[in-house]
Structures are given as structure tokens and as C-alpha cells.
Design a protein around this ligand. Structure first.
Ligand code: COA
Length: 145
């Protein structure tokens, strides 16, 4: 008898996933893509953060991903993305539940993330208890070339 049950799995992202994940990022409005998203840079990121960059897949097809970075002090979230037609089904929540668990396990006590002011998906994080820091914090950046 054919098994018609779909198999959902969360696993660590490896560089072999890069093409699929990069395509997903490219199709997603609201992400700020840059040279940091090129293959070699992502490989460096995964080498430094092998346990906290995750893929969610159904029957081997990527439906979402997130990059989690830990600098020994705070956890940082980048590019949480779920395939558009699969949104609203709990996959983003599953990824974040797993990522937060892993951050805790490696000793992160607080998580930060950056999100564009015009990206309404900040509400997804608010639902999870994340707080906006408007009026208190802002980002400063310097391009090292
Ligand atoms: C943000 C994103 C990852 C959410 O993924 P998702 O799989 O649709 O989210 P889920 O189905 O797991 O939703 C979990 C909960 O959050 C809520 N939620 C999801 N998106 C929301 C939004 N934009 N605003 C408010 N609530 C939202 C859901 O209603 C759900 O609540 P419930 O548990 O009470 O039912 C997805 O919308 C996405 O890929 N967006 C584009 C990329 C992006 O903007 N990423 C974030 C910036 S880096």
C-alpha cells in the first residue's frame, strides 16, 4: 500500500543545500540580500554555526529555512523563510521552536534579529513574545569591503 503521509523533517543546513535555499531567498520579498549571501560566505557562516542553521523539508523538498548565528553571547536570526504557498501552516513556528531550543542548549540567553521597517512579518515574532526596541536601540553598520 502506498504511504500517502507527508514526512516533515527539520535538520541542520549544510552547504549542499545552498542552491535550494538561495533560490528560496531570491523568491522572497522582505529579505535584505547582499554579498554575505554568496555561497562562500554562507559556507563560512555554516562552519561557524553548524547547529543553528536549519532546514525544514517535506518529503525531501525544502519548505523553509533559517540561519542562526551565536557569537558566544547572543543568538542572531537571519533570513527566516517559508515557501510562499506553504505559509500559515506552522512551518515558521516549527523552525523557530527548534532554533530557540538549540540556542538555549549552546548558552544563548537572548536572541536579536533585524527586520526592515516595511516588513510586516515582524508580527510573527511579536506573536512569539519578541519585543520591538524602537526608541531605545537602532543599528549602526560599517562596510569593511
Ligand atoms: C515570517 C514567516 C517565516 C512565517 O512563517 P509561517 O510558516 O507562515 O508561520 P506559521 O504558520 O508558523 O505561523 C505561526 C504563528 O504566527 C502567526 N503569524 C505568521 N505570520 C504572521 C504575520 N505576518 N503576522 C502576524 N502573525 C503571523 C500565525 O498566525 C501563527 O499563529 P498561531 O500559532 O496562533 O496560529 C513567513 O511569513 C515568511 O517566510 N515570510 C517572508 C520572509 C520574512 O519576512 N521573514 C522574516 C524576516 S527575516
Amino acid at each position: 500500500m502506498k504511504d500517502t503521509k507527508m514526512k516533515t523533517k527539520i535538520r541542520e543546513m549544510v552547504i549542499a543545500d545552498y542552491d535550494g535555499v538561495r533560490t528560496l531567498w531570491g523568491e522572497t520579498a522582505g529579505l535584505g540580500l547582499s554579498s554575505a549571501d554568496e555561497r562562500g560566505e554562507v559556507e563560512k557562516f555554516l562552519d561557524a554555526n553548524p547547529k543553528t542553521s536549519l532546514i525544514i523539508e517535506i518529503d525531501g523538498e525544502i519548505v523553509g529555512s533559517v540561519l542562526g548565528g551565536f557569537d558566544g553571547r547572543r543568538g542572531y536570526i537571519y533570513h527566516l523563510t517559508v515557501v510562499e504557498k506553504m505559509r500559515g501552516k506552522g512551518f515558521g513556528k516549527m523552525l523557530m521552536d527548534e532554533l530557540e531550543l538549540r540556542f538555549k542548549e549552546i548558552g544563548a540567553h537572548k536572541i536579536h534579529l533585524m527586520i526592515y521597517l516595511d516588513n510586516e512579518n515582524w508580527r510573527f515574532y511579536e506573536e512569539r513574545g519578541y519585543k520591538r526596541r524602537d526608541g531605545e536601540l537602532f543599528i549602526m553598520s560599517s562596510d569593511l569591503g
